[in-house]
Write a protein that binds this ligand. Sequence first.
Ligand SMILES: Cc1cc2nc3c(=O)[nH]c(=O)nc-3n(C[C@H](O)[C@H](O)[C@H](O)COP(=O)(O)O)c2cc1C
Length: 351
Amino acid sequence: MTMRTNTYRSLLAAFYPSARLGLFALDPERAHHLSLKALQWLQDAPLAEFHSGTFAPGAPVDVMGLRFPNRLGLAAGLDKGAHCVDGLGAMGFGHVEVGTLTPRPQPGNPKPRLFRLKPAQAIINRMGFNNPGIQDAVFRLEKRAYPGILGVNLGKNFDTPNADAVSDYLSGMRAAYQVADYFAINLSSPNTKNLRDLQMVDHCRPLLGALLEQRDRLSQEHEHGVPIAIKIAPDLEDDHLRQLADLFVDMGMDAVIATNTTISRKGVNGMHHAGETGGLSGPPVRERATEVISLLHRHLDDRLPIIGVGGILSGADALEKREAGASLVQIYTGFVYRGATLVQEILEAIQ
Ligand SMILES: Cc1cc2nc3c(=O)[nH]c(=O)nc-3n(C[C@H](O)[C@H](O)[C@H](O)COP(=O)(O)O)c2cc1C
């Protein structure tokens, strides 16, 4: 770890509590936009030297045939358009997952679509895959300096019917094959109509089959294979989870990411904004996400690695996911509430 990176991380960690006061006074989406802009400015212009050539702290670990610099990653959705991979990566993440990206750019759902539930340190979002389109992101990713692992999370456009969804995922994979270290197939966002129906085993099987077949072709063409993980919802029944786990193993998937946001409102009922439509994240999803990881771990018996995500707001929460069977963990909502301090805390807790 270089001295420069240490300083960068320490400054961001120290600065965030006061910055958050200002940011939390703003509309959540505006605060998100401004934070990413500031980070982009830091990474692209005057301080590029400050964090260039850095690497993540911690002990490397091999998952999906890739060497991750440490066990912590940034979950999908925060940097959907891959504008800040260098700046975010320099905070110490061993992997950064960009997206969800769709083949064509799309604006997402009408605003407001992002809500803070402060007493629960939670978020409800119904963003709807607002993103600049995969090709635009790929241009930026080709120029990244971040030396950690890059995940590219793929989705379908909102107006692509489920019957044609496979062509969107295939086209995303083709477009990003050269820049991605792994792909995450998102079948679990509650904010694209009927998307989660693709998690039905009968829908999932042909879709994954087509993706794996194309991956094998691209792997020969480019002389390297890119692993494919699949991201699932916490709201599936336990039996359904077991069936999916068997399917993923049978088909030769490389990992499962558990979990996405929940449509449940357990733990936030009666709170301001709790009635908003969308996916709930943060502490209210923690317990169910951990349960899903435990169930998958028991059922899979190490046949498939699990990437654990959902409600990690402390080092202890990350450890809980590790103990439940997650090889890697990811954060989103905790990072919004706690900033770079949480990155350091988790890395110390789970190494
Ligand atoms: C505002 C917001 C946007 C998100 N967008 C995406 C997305 O585009 N793709 C995706 O796979 N997950 C998305 N997620 C889900 C997160 O990656 C993560 O799975 C979920 O929030 C649970 O983790 P957390 O409790 O640490 O936030 C989003 C979450 C939030 C809060």
